[in-house]
Design a protein around this ligand. Sequence first.
Ligand code: FES
Ligand code: FE2
Length: 397
Amino acid sequence: MAVTDREAPASVLKAPSKRLTSAELSTTKPGTPGGIFMRQFWHAIGRSQDLQPGRALPVRVMNEDYALYRGHSGRVQLVQQRCPHRGALLHLGWIEEDDIRCVYHGWKYDCSGACIEAPAEKAGFEKNVRIQTYPVDEAFGLIYGYFGPGEPPAFPPYPESAGDGFIEVWPDVTVPCNYLQSFENSMDEVHVAFTHAPGGSHARISVDLPIITAEETPWGLMRYGKRATGLVRHTLHYAPNIVRTVVPPQFGMDGIGGWVEITFHFTPVDDENHRWIITTKVRVTGDDVEPYWVKRREFYAKCAAAPNVDQLVQDIWSGKVPYADVRHPVLARVQDIAVQAGQGRVENHETETLGRSDAGLALWRRILERELRIIGDGGTPKKWQKAPADVVPTIGA
Ligand code: FES
Ligand SMILES: [Fe+2]
């Protein structure tokens, strides 16, 4: 029987959506437009201090697995996850000088990826064996990897903030949702007055609601938050997943360290998980440095003794713990994860109702969709630049 308009189910009558779905916009799987887009950039993949010489670790980035190790010279190496002999995990291997030897049958690979020993095979056999290596470098206390084709872009991916002080690298956190949700949240200054109202950690920037505007730049997106006072807060969103902003004195620090410049890298693990890799530029010098670290160590001790954040978020979601009653040394983090990951592993954009306060994230979605379409059509995507050092975030409060 022919299907007439009257008989057709609503889903057939509905014109196909021209917009990319949130799953298409936010995926980083290799070979997809999203995955190709994201692989144009350096990605923060860990803390330098967590990878001592002679140590190897597994790392999963954008739906793919790798082995990361530091040679005895201090050099960092990023290589494919498995040995090409029989698929053993390379991060179980021994680090010999700057080379890695597979723990299964002893095949050994140098920094170029060449196999230089295959002990049980005939001499010369190893010459036909290689592993894939990836560009890797260190800055700001972090290790960055490049997973795309060809030469990587300029390194480091953004300028170091000028002025006295030092960089503190926070222990990193895995958040159970797509990276785009956190990147978009970073463009959503209005949430601060509501999400972070319990506990009052952000009271200084919650006195009124800013009017949000944003513009595309050669390096990403600049967002402005204009207050009733006329003051304007500038926040830098470096493509494709880094935000640099100035935040109120850190929770639990009793004001020591003052307002800090904070940089979040929202590094995708896969399409349903990402990491917050965070550094702060602490503008403390001289005799004030030791009191800062005393306070900071107290803070980390409190964090270690406090309830597990993931469990607390689960308890908030299940209704066991009321959101407004939660108190924790990293309360803002608990609140952000409960709200952002609570949107779903991959939030559905089609059921949203955006307003003027969403101007920042709406612009980023348009940019992302434009770039993904160009990539999908085989065109030439935008050549993103490194931001100039004099474009800096401001408090605006
Ligand atoms: S699997 Fe690595 S040497 Fe055999
Ligand atoms: Fe937040």
